[in-house]
Design a binder for this molecule. Structure first.
Ligand SMILES: Nc1ncnc2c1ncn2[C@@H]1O[C@H](COP(=O)(O)OP(=O)(O)OP(=O)(O)O)[C@@H](O)[C@H]1O
Length: 498
């Protein structure tokens, strides 16, 4: 492994931790040599009060995370400890070893950086990373009583995009493979950082390691085009980032049976394509004053989740677009101009019709996914296959939402097919108090959310040569309802400068 070692003090001093005021070191961080430290297991044992429950920050699929008070409490760090039951496979790296291997080579303010590691008596590695005192983006979006406002959401989106772009532009590139809201942690300055590199791969796509590592990721965020090792590229991260962006915009989970359709892509993309941006907006906060912000964010997200990997943008483009959205959001002058232009556009309906492409085939005209009928039930609690019902890890009120867990390999995925048709009955309550039988979706690990087919599909019979989209939807009486509608082609550059 390529760890750098050094004396304890210098190692700590070069790390941008929660406690240490090292702002002067922040510039040129990407080029700076950073060092990590080997801690003794005993130090970590006492710093976490023998890995006590009081210091437990959270649980992941691979282990537990503890708060550690190091150096007479001058440094607070987070220590990741693998589950004891986790089998050791000597031929390949454990997630902890993989994370140490990768994080010892990259360092960036938008990442949860490595401080060091320790080895226990069974030769298992413990990871010591920067402590993130404000929890995860998952908790902020889904369990917080004060959901983040638009300024904060756009800022988070841009910060995460920057972190992912940094990884992709490293040499060799790092593909994270597990971008999701629970892996975005919030630091002491309320900045978003990308963490959990247990599944990450460092290398070029043609490298043996990359070519021989089975697909992995988290259901709901996993790229549907990533079915075999050879399919992996940075565009798989772009897909997961797109899902995360939809989650940031809508405040809903990547897969959520309280919505119809449960997959955020099947639900949001048709609405984005038909220009119904406010329908995907988180109902707990009012839509942004400048609707252009929402439109631009939504279009970027829709482009990232395109089915064909090569048609997705690179993270460099995503960063540029999000910078413009952020600028628009934070500059009142820009904002006003944007709003005025928006009003003119609205009244004159200047529209560029674009021909349909492959990404348009799931467009639906029915309003199944709209906010109006999106809450179909209040599911008190449910366990969907191996996808665990979430709650946060900080003893706050537990919210009955479905929480996605990382999955390790395609073998594992393929053994449990995802099948919406495979339903049991579950009694749920509607608002009016009437108990109704709802199907329990046996959500298992075979297919990512991007591959879940929505229950009804638009019969997209025709897109005429002039590009005006004519869509046919079956009415209940079997007749076809023809409707032509304004669509946004997510395959085109979003017009960020408008
Ligand atoms: N550096 C950190 N600082 C503070 N809390 C952390 C830190 N790292 C992780 N946590 C907390 O511990 C929880 C578990 O993290 P972990 O990365 O092990 O798993 P996960 O990402 O939630 O799930 P999975 O292992 O399935 O990806 C996180 O959700 C977060 O609340």
């Amino acid at each position: 492994m390529g760890y750098l070692s050094c004396s304890a003090e210098s190692a700590i001093a070069t790390c941008d931790s929660y406690n240490w005021n090292l702002k002067k070191n922040r510039k040129n961080h990407t080029h700076k040599q950073f060092k990590i430290r080997e801690f003794s297991y005993c130090d970590l044992h006492s710093a976490t009060n023998a890995f006590s429950q009081d210091n437990l920050l959270g649980k992941g699929s691979h282990g537990y995370v503890y708060r550690a008070h190091l150096h007479q409490c001058k440094l607070i760090a987070a220590v990741k400890k693998a589950k004891l039951s986790e089998p050791r496979n000597s031929s390949s790296n454990s997630p902890a070893e993989n994370e140490i291997e990768i994080l010892s080579r990259v360092h960036h303010p938008r990442l949860v950086n490595l401080l060091g590691y320790a080895v226990d008596s069974n030769q298992n590695k413990l990871i010591v990373v920067e402590f993130m005192p404000n929890g995860s983006l998952y908790e902020l979006l889904h369990s917080s009583s004060k959901p983040p406002n638009w300024t904060r959401r756009v800022r988070f989106a841009l910060q995460i995009a920057r972190g992912v772009h940094f990884l992709h532009s490293s040499n060799p590139p790092v593909i994270h493979r597990d971008i999701k809201s629970s892996n975005i942690l919030i630091d002491g300055n309320f900045n978003a950082r990308l963490g959990d590199f247990g599944l990450s791969l460092r290398g070029h796509v043609e490298d043996v390691l990359v070519k021989s590592t089975p697909p992995a990721g988290t259901l709901g965020y996993l790229d549907p085009a990533y079915l075999a090792p050879g399919d992996l590229s940075t565009k798989s991260d772009v897909f997961s980032f797109g899902i995360l962006l939809l989650e940031i915009i809508s405040g809903r989970n990547a897969i959520d049976v309280n919505y119809s359709p449960p997959s955020v892509v099947d639900w949001a993309v048709p609405l984005i394509k038909s220009g119904e941006y406010t329908e995907i907006c988180d109902p707990r906060i009012s839509s942004p004053e400048d609707e252009g912000v929402l439109r631009q964010l939504a279009v970027v997200a829709a482009r990232c989740v395109r089915k064909t990997a090569t048609k997705r943008p690179a993270m460099a483009e995503v960063v540029e677009w999000l910078k413009l959205v952020h600028k628009r959001m934070s500059s009142p002058i820009w904002n006003n101009i944007g709003r005025r232009v928006g009003r003119v556009r609205e009244s004159t309906r200047v529209v560029k019709y674009e021909p349909l492409d492959d990404s348009m085939e799931v467009v639906k005209m029915s309003r199944i996914g709209s906010r109006r009928n999106r809450k179909v039930s209040n599911v008190a609690s449910a366990e969907l296959g191996s996808v665990v019902v979430g709650g946060n890890n900080r003893n706050e009120e537990v919210k009955p939402v479905i929480r996605s867990k990382s999955i390790g390999s395609l073998g594992e995925i393929a053994s449990e097919p995802f099948d919406l048709a495979n339903c049991n009955n579950l009694t749920v309550r509607r608002k009016g108090g009437l108990a109704v039988k709802m199907p329990t979706v046996r959500l298992s690990k075979s297919r990512s959310m991007g591959m879940i087919q929505s229950s009804t599909r638009l019969m997209n019979k025709n897109s005429s040569s002039n590009g005006i989209v004519v869509k046919f939807v079956k009415k209940p009486n079997g007749k076809e309802l023809e409707e032509s509608k304004l669509l946004v082609d997510v395959g085109k550059e979003p017009k960020m400068g408008e």
